[in-house]
Ligand binder design. Structure first.
Ligand SMILES: Cc1cc2nc3c(=O)[nH]c(=O)nc-3n(C[C@H](O)[C@H](O)[C@H](O)COP(=O)(O)OP(=O)(O)OC[C@H]3O[C@@H](n4cnc5c(N)ncnc54)[C@H](O)[C@@H]3O)c2cc1C
Length: 320
């Protein structure tokens, strides 16, 4: 049996941030992830300056693709609203592997399935044992499934269905575009160029609203990709997209019990307006580490709930 004081299930931004904080404070932590890093994570890869600040990462110190946007071209029901701001795009393939390595803790490739509590310890698949357990396994986190599904049930109205693709592409237009509510989509679609020859395009909408409209997210994806071609953004590209679901922020009570904690998408923390989840994952990873280090209660109530203020605030700063 492999034993550590803290085991973190999931090496995404929530897990790696938690691990880094624990390591800084001399607490022995181990991450298990079902994937070898770098791994693909479906995500547009847009981050706010606050995310970098929370990660204590200066943009110039990040060694991979990082594109700065000085404006986001919003469109609401086809009404354009260009907003000055300072935002970034990264590639999750690079970003998550960088953060995980930087955390400096051992990472084991293992798919956690069975989790139980026995004699004040958590046992994972009869192979791992720990005193503290952090659920950072995203939407389908096994810690959530084993220990929290009853006390922190998910609200189906907060479920977001997404389809996206990130691919090598020499963009001619490096401006970030977000189209809200087009064709009656209960959400938005995006065009997020990256540095060094990549592009991410995708679409996301509330699943229950899609069902009420009798539509699937794939229907809107088809309309979206037709539009991208029409506008000459992705001409000639043969799309091969993938889908994923995750949850917007709901209630944050009961996200810890005994010595177990839920973070990031496992806790359902993406912002209510934009579905931004990297920032809340980082914030919650830090809070879980703090609760373990100082033996204080774990509360997610102050984790960022809305993205719009961050976007507006950094635009204001950018203008100065
Ligand atoms: C299409 C799409 C676009 C998005 N765009 C943005 C965006 O532009 N900006 C933004 O801020 N947010 C965005 N989000 C949300 C963001 O991706 C998530 O909120 C964020 O990744 C959550 O981080 P996390 O660390 O909680 O989980 P994840 O990043 O999902 O990491 C979880 C890790 O757990 C591992 N894992 C899962 N199950 C197991 C298991 N059983 N055993 C071991 N390991 C396991 C996985 O392999 C994974 O590495 C988007 C989401 C989607 C789906």
């Amino acid at each position: 049996m492999i034993e550590a004081t803290v085991i973190i299930v999931g090496g995404g931004p929530a897990g790696s941030t938690c691990a880094r904080e624990l390591k800084k404070n001399g607490i022995d932590a181990l991450i298990i992830d079902q994937n070898e890093f770098p791994r693909t994570k479906l995500c547009a890869g847009w981050i706010t300056p606050k995310v970098l600040a929370d990660l204590e990462l200066a943009p110039q110190d990040y060694p991979h693709s990082l594109l700065v946007y000085h404006k986001i071209l919003f469109s609401f029901k086809k009404i354009p609203l260009p907003l000055p701001t300072r935002q970034y795009s990264i590639r999750r393939f690079e970003f998550d592997a960088f953060l995980l390595k930087r955390a400096g803790v051992p990472v084991h490739k293992h798919r956690a399935k069975d989790i139980r509590r026995e004699n004040n310890k958590y046992i994972i698949d009869d192979e791992y044992k720990c005193t503290y357990l952090v659920g950072a396994g995203g939407t389908h986190c096994p810690v959530r499934r084993a220990l929290f599904s009853e006390i922190h049930p998910r609200d189906p109205r907060l479920c977001i269905a997404t389809v996206e693709e990130e691919f090598a592409w020499e963009c001619k237009d490096f401006r970030c575009r977000l189209w809200f509510f087009e064709n009656n989509l209960p959400g938005y679609s995006w065009y997020v160029p990256k540095q060094k020859g990549y592009l991410n395009v995708g679409i996301g909408g509330k699943l229950d609203s899609l069902k009420k409209r009798g539509r699937t997210i794939n229907h809107y994806w088809s309309l979206f990709t037709e539009k991208l071609s029409r506008k000459n953004f992705t001409n000639g590209h043969n799309f091969n997209p993938r889908g994923h679901i995750y949850y917007l922020r709901g209630k944050t009570e009961n996200t810890s019990r005994e010595n177990a904690f839920l973070t990031g998408d496992a806790a359902g923390l993406a912002t209510r307006d934009m579905g931004e989840g990297i920032g809340p994952a980082v914030e919650s990873g830090k809070l879980a580490a703090k609760a373990i280090i100082s033996n204080t209660p774990y509360s997610l109530k102050n984790v960022t709930q809305w993205s719009a203020p961050q976007i507006l605030k950094s635009g204001f700063k950018e203008d100065k």
